[in-house]
Design a protein around this ligand. Structure first.
Ligand code: NAG
Ligand code: NAG
Ligand code: NAG
Ligand code: NAG
Length: 555
C-alpha cells in the first residue's frame, strides 16, 4: 500500500555560509512519518537480569531492600508495569540445594583488579532463598534458572520444586508476582569450554538433554529421588506443584552466542532438531539469547566511542534478525535474557559512564524495532555495567581497591537509559515503536505511537564528548534538528522537550533527566522537572552525548 509509506522519513540539509570560520553544523529536518514499520513494545520491555549468587542482597532477606524496591518502582511509575526480573547467569550452574540452608551460602574467590567482585564458585540455597521474591514489586514476572550445567538431577529437581513452591505460596502469589519461565541452564553453548560437558558437546546433545526434561503427563513418577531419570524432571515438578495449573513455561536457549544456522548452537538449529515438536515443546514459550557488545574477560580496555557508535549498535543487534524471525515463526517469544556492554562485568571507565547510558538507550530502542520482546540488562553486586548498585560497596568497582569511605546504594548512569525509555514507552499498554530513517552517522531517532498516532520521539546524539575535550577547549558539537509536526496536531501546538543531560561521555555521575536526579539516598527522584518547548520550524539542538524526548502535545 504505497500511500501508507513515508516518502521521506528524514532528510538532511546543510546550511551554507560562505563566511563561516567554524564548521556550520548540519541541520536535520525530521518529518515525522505516519505510522509505518511499527513494532509493539511491552511496558516491561526494559527488564533486569541478576547474578544468582548474591540475589538476596537485591531482594533483602528478613525485610525488603528499600533502595532496590524504589528504583524498580520508578520504572513502574512510568510504564504502569513492573520490570521483569531474571535471576540466574554463571552462578546458576554452580548452585546446589540444601533444605537446611536458610537463604544462601556462597563460596567466593579472592577479588582482583580485573574482577573486583568475582562470582561465587559455589552456592547452596534453601527454600528461603527463593521466597525472598516476595520483596519484588507486585505483578513482577520472574525468570529463574536451575542448574543444568552439573547434570545433577537431584539438585535440579530440588531447586525447581522449591521455586515452584515459593511462587505458589500466598506471600508471593497474593502480590501477583509470578514465575514466567524456568530457565534450564545458563549458556549451554559454552559448556564444552568451561568443563561442564565434554569438549565435543554439540547442539544435538543439548536438545536431547533438554528433551529429557519432557513432561509427559501420562507417565507414572517414581517417588524416590534415587530412582529419578532426567526425563522425570518436569513430571516431578509438575506433580509436586501442579505446574499445569500455573502459567509457568520453560525457556529454551539462554545461549551466549548464535551461529544463526543449522550447525552450531542457534534457535534455528534447536527448532530443526525438533525441540518444539516434542511433548516438551508445548511448555516452551520463549527463546533467550545473551549478548554483550564487547568483552572485558581478559582485562583489556573497552573503548567508549566504539560502544556508543550508532553503526556498531546496529551491527551488533541486526545480526539476530534471522534468529528472531525463526523464533517468531515457532510462535515463541524472543528475548535478550542477559545483555550489557562488555561481558565479564563491564569495562572500567566505559561501562560505568554516562556514555554507556547513550549506548544503552539506543541499544534497547533499536532492539525493540527488531522485535526483541524484552531486554534483561545484567547486573551483579559491584559489577561495572550495573544500572543499580543496591547495597553499600567497600571496594572500588573499577580495580578492587578499598574505598576511602563506603559507597551507599546508588544508581549508575545506565539506569537513566531505562528511565528515559520507560517514559517514552509510557503507560498506554499498546505502544508501538518505529525507527526514523536518519541519514546521519551520529544521530538516531525513534517515534512512539499509540493507536497509530505519533505521541513521542527520542533523538540521540551518539557523538562522544570527553572531559579531556572540554579541557582542551574543544567546543561541544550540537546537532540542530527541525521537527515537522505530525499532522494530527494541526500545526498550532508547541512540542515539549525533555533532555537527558550529560556533561561528558566519561562522567560516572551527575546525569540528570529533565533536570531531575535519581542519584539520591533512597533512589527516589529529586528536583523539579524541567522541560522546554520548541515552536514550529524552530530547531532543537541536541548536544553531543545527550538525548532528547520530544512529546507531541495536541490540545
Ligand atoms: C547432587 O545434588 C544433591 C543435592 O544437592 C547432592 O546431595 C549430591 O551430592 C549431588 N551429587 C553429585 C554427584 O554431585
Ligand atoms: C494437572 O495434572 C494432574 C496430574 O496429571 C491432574 O490430576 C490435574 O487434573 C491437572 N490439573 C489441571 C487443571 O489440568
Ligand atoms: C559490535 O560493536 C563493537 C564495538 O562496540 C564492534 O567492535 C563490533 O564490530 C560490533 N559487532 C558487529 C557484529 O557489528
Ligand atoms: C514552516 O516551514 C514550512 C516549510 O519550510 C513553511 O511552509 C511554513 O510556512 C513554516 N511555518 C512557520 C510557522 O514558519
Amino acid at each position: 500500500m504505497p500511500s501508507f509509506l513515508p516518502i521521506l522519513a528524514a532528510l538532511v540539509t546543510f546550511a551554507v555560509s560562505l563566511t563561516a570560520v567554524s564548521p556550520i553544523p548540519a541541520v536535520i529536518d525530521i518529518v515525522v512519518p505516519p505510522a509505518f514499520d511499527l513494532h509493539t513494545v511491552s511496558p516491561s520491555f526494559v527488564s533486569l537480569s541478576i547474578e544468582q549468587d548474591r540475589w538476596t542482597d537485591w531482594s533483602g532477606t528478613t525485610s525488603r531492600n528499600e533502595f532496590f524496591y524504589n528504583v524498580m518502582e520508578n520504572l513502574k511509575d512510568l510504564t504502569g508495569s513492573s520490570p521483569g526480573i531474571r535471576i540466574g547467569a554463571n552462578s546458576e550452574d554452580r548452585t546446589d540445594f540444601n533444605r537446611a540452608v536458610q537463604y544462601a551460602e556462597d563460596v567466593f574467590p579472592a577479588p582482583n583488579p580485573t574482577t573486583p567482585y568475582p562470582e561465587a564458585t559455589h552456592i547452596t540455597v534453601g527454600d528461603g532463598y527463593y521466597t525472598t521474591a516476595k520483596y519484588l514489586l507486585p505483578d513482577t514476572e520472574v525468570i529463574w534458572g536451575v542448574n543444568f550445567g552439573k547434570k545433577n538431577l537431584t539438585a535440579a529437581v530440588l531447586e525447581a520444586t522449591s521455586i515452584m513452591r515459593a511462587f505458589s505460596g500466598p506471600d508471593i502469589s497474593n502480590l501477583g508476582i509470578s514465575l514466567k519461565y524456568l530457565e534450564i541452564g545458563n549458556e549451554p553453548d559454552l559448556y564444552m569450554n568451561n568443563g561442564l560437558r565434554s569438549g565435543d558437546y554439540n547442539v544435538g546433545q543439548y536438545v536431547t538433554e533438554y528433551l529429557e526434561f519432557v513432561p509427559s503427563p501420562l507417565k507414572r513418577i517414581p517417588h524416590s529421588l534415587q530412582c529419578l531419570r532426567w526425563s522425570d524432571f518436569a513430571n516431578v515438578i509438575f506433580q509436586e506443584i501442579e505446574l499445569n495449573t500455573t502459567s509457568t513455561r520453560f525457556l529454551a536457549g539462554a545461549f551466549a552466542g548464535s551461529s544463526s544456522n543449522l550447525n552450531g548452537f542457534s534457535p534455528q538449529a534447536i527448532y530443526n532438531l525438533g525441540i518444539t515438536e516434542s511433548p516438551a515443546g508445548e511448555y516452551i514459550a520463549a527463546f533467550s539469547e545473551h549478548h554483550y557488545q564487547g568483552s572485558f574477560c581478559s582485562g583489556s580496555e573497552g573503548v567508549l566511542s566504539d560502544l556508543m557508535n550508532k553503526a556498531n549498535i546496529r551491527g551488533n543487534l541486526s545480526q539476530y534478525a534471522s534468529d528472531i524471525q525463526a523464533t517468531h515463526a515457532q510462535g515463541l517469544e524472543y528475548i535478550f535474557g542477559e545483555t550489557n556492554s562488555y561481558s565479564c562485568h563491564g569495562a572500567p571507565g566505559v561501562s560505568n559512564t554516562a556514555g554507556a547510558a547513550i549506548w544503552a538507550l539506543d541499544y534497547m530502542l533499536y532492539a525493540a524495532t527488531l522485535d526483541i520482546q524484552h531486554v534483561y540488562f545484567h547486573d551483579g553486586i559491584g559489577f561495572k555495567y550495573n544500572l543499580i548498585q543496591p547495597v553499600t560497596l567497600t571496594r572500588s568497582i573499577l580495580d578492587g581497591s578499598t574505598l576511602p569511605s563506603p559507597l551507599s546504594p546508588h544508581v549508575q548512569p545506565q539506569y537513566y537509559a531505562g528511565i528515559v525509555a520507560a517514559e517514552a514507552i509510557g503507560k498506554s499498554g499498546n505502544t508501538q515503536i518505529s525507527e526514523l530513517d536518519i541519514d546521519d552517522p551520529q544521530i538516531s531517532g525513534f517515534v512512539f505511537y499509540e493507536d497509530y498516532e505519533e505521541k513521542r520521539m527520542i533523538l540521540i546524539n551518539h557523538t562522544p564528548y570527553f572531559y579531556e575535550d572540554e579541557s582542551a577547549g574543544t567546543q561541544r558539537p550540537v546537532t540542530d534538528v527541525r521537527i515537522n509536526f505530525p499532522k494530527h496536531c494541526g500545526g498550532t501546538q508547541n512540542i515539549v522537550v525533555k533532555m537527558l543531560e550529560i556533561q561528558h561521555s566519561d562522567d560516572t555521575s551527575g546525569v540528570t533527566w529533565g533536570g531531575q536526579s535519581y542519584d539520591t539516598s533512597d533512589g527516589l527522584v529529586k528536583g523539579s522537572p524541567f522541560t522546554g518547548t520548541v515552536a514550529l520550524n524552530e530547531s532543537l539542538g541536541v548536544p553531543a552525548s545527550q538525548a532528547a524526548l520530544v512529546v507531541f502535545e495536541c490540545s
